[in-house]
Design a binder for this molecule. Structure first.
Ligand code: F6P
Length: 356
């Protein structure tokens, strides 16, 4: 069989480990397997950026950050746009995959990647996907690879922020990526022992944050750390669409929700407050040991799906077991944090405020 493998969307630690897991297993299960590296995600299929790979191309990449195949964003909503007169993007991608003689496309990516992978399957291509994102927001799987490493990196950042907040008796607001949902912010907040965790799933009330900070100060802890998810917003902003929220914040001079929240906290408490955004730091570098194990499990499972002829599927981890879901079930679904999630329950039990 001749495989096309691609990585699409925001990169994450573990992509190369996942590539390694699936290709090494396929080479062992199918000694005559041909591997074509699609360069730059779906854009590579669109623009015929390919590389015939050899088994040795996948050696020694388990602990390598980023992706050896590079990646881009090809928004799903543009897939039906005309790439050429009378030819939609998706049709050009399918035609190029066929021209390349691909028997199967292996797609590593997040929600957008899964939606396009499902569209490719609907257009008759054999597709298997692996769930990648530091956001951990893919429906149907408890875990995506990259999430564990990003959590480790985020907790490491907050541990360091605590020492400088303590030195200066400040409140420092740390903004954590995660797109529309708060999974990564919740994990980093719980893992770092933050006093306040602000999630998109729970619009924040500044008075509740102030109460928590004052209560800490009364107990002699004159500093606090607040974790805010990049998609979070206040109760007052709850009725406003995301684009409008960002525009309003920018008109007030705020580049990010953390800057706005730090100013609001300082005004409400009188305590000097600062904001910091680790941003893409949480996507960089080598994967954690946990993610190397998870990606190897995902990769070998994906290879077995292919050997069993189970296409139009994506790998998942549910209740501790590696399994899979139909792409058609995953595509387009979202995965907000349930209000009674065990992480939220544990945080609340230790007195963490969710600003509600
Ligand atoms: O999906 C991963 C992610 O890091 C999100 O958490 C974040 O909102 C987005 O990608 C940033 O996108 P870009 O890397 O294109 O700036």
């Amino acid at each position: 069989m001749r495989f096309g493998i691609l990585t699409s969307g925001g990169d994450s630690p573990g992509l190369n480990a996942a590539i390694r897991g699936v290709t090494k297993t396929l080479y062992r299960r199918m000694p005559d397997a041909e591997m074509v590296g699609i360069i730059g995600g779906y854009t590579g299929l669109l623009e015929k950026q390919y590389r015939e790979m050899k088994p040795e191309d996948f050696y020694g990449i388990m602990n390598l950050g980023g992706t050896i195949l590079r990646t881009t964003r090809q928004p799903f909503k543009s897939m039906r746009d005309e790439e050429e007169p009378g030819l939609a993007k998706i049709d050009k991608i399918v035609a190029n995959a066929r021209e390349l003689g691909l028997d199967c496309v292996i797609a590593l990516g997040g929600n957008g990647t899964h939606k396009t992978a499902n569209l490719l399957a609907q257009h008759g291509l054999k597709v298997v996907a692996l769930p990648k994102t530091i956001d951990n927001d893919i429906w149907g799987t408890d875990e995506t690879f990259g999430f564990h490493t990003a959590t480790e990196l985020g907790v490491e950042v907050v541990d360091r922020i605590y020492t400088t907040a303590a030195s200066h008796s400040r409140v420092i607001v740390v903004e954590i990526m995660g797109n529309k949902f708060g999974w990564l912010a919740l994990a980093v907040g719980l893992g770092s022992g933050a006093e306040v965790i602000v999630l998109p799933e729970i619009p924040y009330n500044i008075d509740k944050i102030s109460e928590t900070i004052f209560r800490r100060a009364e107990r002699g802890r004159s500093y606090s750390v607040v974790i805010v998810a990049e998609g979070a917003y206040s109760v007052a902003e709850a009725g406003i669409k995301a684009k409008e929220r960002v525009a309003r914040r920018q008109s007030l001079g705020f580049s990010a929700v953390s800057a706005k929240l730090a100013k609001e906290i300082q005004e409400a408490t009188g305590i000097e407050s600062r904001a910091m955004v680790p941003g893409h730091y949480l996507r960089g570098g080598a994967p954690s040991a946990y993610d190397r194990i998870l990606t190897t499990q995902f990769g070998t499972y994906a290879a077995n799906l292919i050997c069993e002829g189970s296409f139009g599927t994506t790998v998942a981890k549910k209740d501790g077991k590696i399994t899979h879901n139909p792409l058609a079930e995953v595509a387009g679904k979202t995965k907000p944090i349930p209000p009674d999630h065990p992480f939220i329950q544990a945080a609340r039990s230790t007195g963490v405020s969710f600003a509600d």
